[in-house]
Design a protein around this ligand. Structure first.
Ligand SMILES: Cc1cc2nc3c(=O)[nH]c(=O)nc-3n(C[C@H](O)[C@H](O)[C@H](O)COP(=O)(O)OP(=O)(O)OC[C@H]3O[C@@H](n4cnc5c(N)ncnc54)[C@H](O)[C@@H]3O)c2cc1C
Length: 266
């Protein structure tokens, strides 16, 4: 097993009493801990701590910074890595929905062979990924922000600090002349994997950025997702909050001076 920060893997030992006889530690590989900003991408080594990701991502996408600020606690953010947050393939991991909405790619490596994969294609089913035997995530490529791009992310959890998401939503739209030209919307906590909201995106694409269209897109979210109930939230709550987050995103874009984000927890 690959071991990065161990903030997730260690639970297999402490909570499930599993033995992990062979572990390969990636946290000391300097080339996997680099953040580099090129003309096209923010390139983040998979073993970069979540804290170290903060500056680069917050500079380009303030809401990514806001989310990392809400991610676990300072200790976990200093220890946990972005690669581990993807590698554990949790349906409620916080970074994957944002990375999917941003159109990020991961670089998978096996020996000297590498391949790029859109991160949305990495998650196949509950904890099942497209990672092949002996492959590992080497780095994550996040596209640079574009003109007219609106990106917002929201984490809904019972506590503001150090809590796992009930629902995490990420909206990435390009609106020109009042018409939605590109839409990438992804959710965590709504399915067995972090997943794009294809019907919702289709309802928005090519349409005017207008309340009636938003309501159609909200209705489409019920086609995209059949969430589960658990101790974090009921399935009805999850669907309703997903729809309300889209409405909130719409209101925030209409009147950016209205700061509604602080209420994004229950
Ligand atoms: C108290 C607490 C609070 C938490 N809060 C949050 C939260 O708010 N949001 C959230 O999303 N998560 C949270 N987590 C979960 C965890 O901290 C994150 O998922 C973290 O990003 C995991 O990173 P890591 O480096 O510690 O991974 P590890 O525990 O080292 O590894 C996790 C999994 O990823 C695999 N892996 C690691 N690196 C790679 C790689 N390079 N390539 C392929 N596979 C790899 C490992 O083999 C393992 O299966 C929390 C955990 C704790 C204990």
């Amino acid at each position: 097993r690959l071991l990065a920060g161990g903030t997730d893997l260690a639970l297999e030992v402490t909570q499930f009493h599993r033995e992990l006889p062979v572990m390969i530690y990636v946290g000391h590989i300097e080339s996997m801990k680099r953040v580099e900003v090129t003309a096209e991408h923010i390139e983040i080594g998979a073993a970069t701590s979540l804290s170290d990701c903060y500056a680069a991502l917050a500079e380009e996408y303030p809401d990514f910074g806001e989310l990392l600020h809400r991610f676990a606690s300072l200790q976990i953010r200093n220890q946990g890595t972005l690669g581990g947050n993807i590698g554990n393939a949790s349906p409620i991991g916080d970074a994957p929905p944002l990375l999917i909405a941003l159109g990020a790619q991961i670089v998978l490596r096996k020996g000297n062979e590498t391949r790029n994969l859109p991160i949305e294609d990495y998650f196949l089913d509950y904890k099942v990924t497209a990672r092949q035997e002996a492959e590992f995530i080497e780095k994550i490529l996040v596209p640079r922000a574009q003109h007219n791009q609106a990106f917002r992310a929201y984490k809904v959890s019972k506590r503001l600090d150090d809590d796992i998401s009930a629902v995490c939503a990420a909206f990435n739209l390009r609106i020109e002349d009042g018409v939605v030209q590109d839409a990438r919307i992804a959710f965590g906590g709504m399915a067995a994997i972090p997943k794009r909201a294809a019907a919702c995106e289709a309802a928005l694409l090519g349409s005017a950025w207008y309340p009636a269209v938003i309501e159609r897109a909200c209705a489409a979210l019920a086609e995209d997702f059949t969430p589960l109930s658990d101790f974090r939230a009921s399935k009805e709550y999850r669907l309703l909050i997903a729809q309300n987050l889209l409405r909130k995103f719409f209101l925030e874009l209409q009147a950016p001076e209205v700061e509604t984000r602080v209420t994004a927890y229950v």
